[in-house]
Write a protein that binds this ligand. Structure first.
Ligand SMILES: Cc1ncc(COP(=O)(O)O)c(C=O)c1O
Length: 391
């Protein structure tokens, strides 16, 4: 080392002052460092250094277990379809939108005029809120649930009624029933729910959606539909076909691994679709639409992703159980764990070990949401979990 900075001072800055945006070299085994750079460094100093570099590397590029993404991404066939469609990139009016609409409609068993393709399903949440709340109608949603809709409604200045989850961390549909008034223009039901992963039994949610949709519009968010393995589970799409005041949401972000490509779907009566369509801000990306068409057809890849998710869930569940901790029964590609420690501390402890987990979901202040990565990633996570939860 020819630098005027002393070894001891340098060690101090790297191990203690890492937040300053310093670009550090890859972590080296302590022995290699001892040989190469600082023959006189103590073993403790070197290990401290190696740990700090590893922590910083993890902070820069942690394993993402935070946003319920598909860790395998899109299917190879979807990727190929996107590449094949490259020549569409400079043209308006791509036919891919209508082809995708028809392909999705066929998959879920509804006529194409019952489907709207959006830029991510987040857009469904926004345009449904706009279409139903623009004249000041109120919104009813569980708490906590997927926050995009209630947050958007609050930004619109709408009154949002929140109903806490029940003792099983699932939608409390009886309590939601009691909060329904004629002022409410849209009811949001996320099933399975994000962040808790819980599912309301088919008969119960079906009954609720049926009688509530006789009084107002109900949006059923089925973003995690494809991951549900519970045999009694059924989608609410058939209630749309019965002509009820129901919107079902689906997305290509989860099972199809297209989160960055932004493709979502609304399924509803044609008059509701038409009303919401007026509030959209454009059509989806043509290349993303091509990928989604291929993804919908690639049932083999979908099966693979579900199997991998089931494996990843089992690895995490076993690790959580072995530590004497609990989690909600998840029907999704994430798990909601009762860490029994403040979320911020667990989040940081995970990040220090190279894993980015979900944000806090008040009032669940000592719970954490962990997205399911690849089985290898979940094994690696399971190895650090005892350390993380020990505090
Ligand atoms: C329940 C739920 N609905 C909707 C979305 C929105 O997904 P996207 O806009 O990527 O389709 C998410 C994303 O995580 C979600 O968890």
């Amino acid at each position: 080392m020819t630098s005027p900075v002393t070894r001891r001072a340098w060690l101090r800055t790297t191990s203690l002052g890492l937040g300053a945006g310093l670009m550090l070299p890859a972590a080296l085994p302590a022995e290699a460092l001892a040989e190469a750079a600082w023959p006189r460094a103590t073993r403790d100093e070197l290990e401290r250094y190696a740990r700090s570099v590893a922590a910083e590397r993890a902070r820069v590029a942690p394993i993402r277990l935070a946003s319920n993404e598909n860790p395998f991404g899109m299917s190879p066939r979807a990727k190929q379809a996107m590449l094949d469609a490259y020549d569409e990139h400079n043209k308006y009016g791509s036919p891919s939108y209508d082809v995708l609409r028809a392909a999705f409609a066929k998959q879920v068993g509804v006529p194409a005029d019952h489907v709207m393709v959006t830029q991510g399903s987040n857009e469904v949440l926004c345009v449904a809120t706009l279409a139903h709340g623009i004249r000041g109608a109120e919104i009813l949603a569980a708490d906590p649930t997927f926050e995009a809709l209630p947050t958007y409604a609050a930004h619109m200045g709408l009154t949002v009624h929140r109903v806490p989850l029940d003792a099983n961390h699932a939608h409390d549909l009886d309590a939601m029933d009691r909060r329904l008034t004629s002022a409410i223009g849209l009811v949001f039901v996320c099933n399975p729910n994000n962040p808790t992963g819980t599912l309301v039994a088919d008969a119960r949610v079906r009954d609720y959606v049926k009688h509530t949709s006789a009084r107002t519009t109900v949006l059923v968010d089925e973003a995690y539909h494809d991951f549900v393995t519970e045999p009694s589970y059924r989608s609410m799409v058939d209630l749309v076909l019965e002509g009820r005041n129901v919107i079902v949401l689906r997305t290509a972000s989860k099972i199809h691994g297209l989160a960055g490509c932004r493709i979502g779907f609304a399924i509803a009566r044609p008059d509701i679709i038409k009303r919401m369509q007026g509030f959209t801000t454009g059509v989806p990306n043509a290349l993303a639409a091509r990928a989604a068409i291929a993804a919908i057809a690639d049932t083999e890849w979908q099966r693979f992703c579900v199997e991998q998710n089931t494996q990843g869930q089992a690895i995490l569940r076993d690790a959580v159980k072995a530590l004497g901790k609990s989690q909600t029964p998840s029907h999704t590609n994430f798990a909601f764990l009762h860490a029994g420690q403040p979320h911020a501390a667990v989040h940081k402890a995970c990040l220090d070990r190279g894993f980015l987990i979900g944000r806090a979901f008040p009032p669940y202040s000592d719970w954490v949401r962990v997205s399911i990565g690849t089985p290898d990633e979940m094994r690696a996570f399971a190895r650090v979990l005892p350390d993380v939860l020990r505090g």
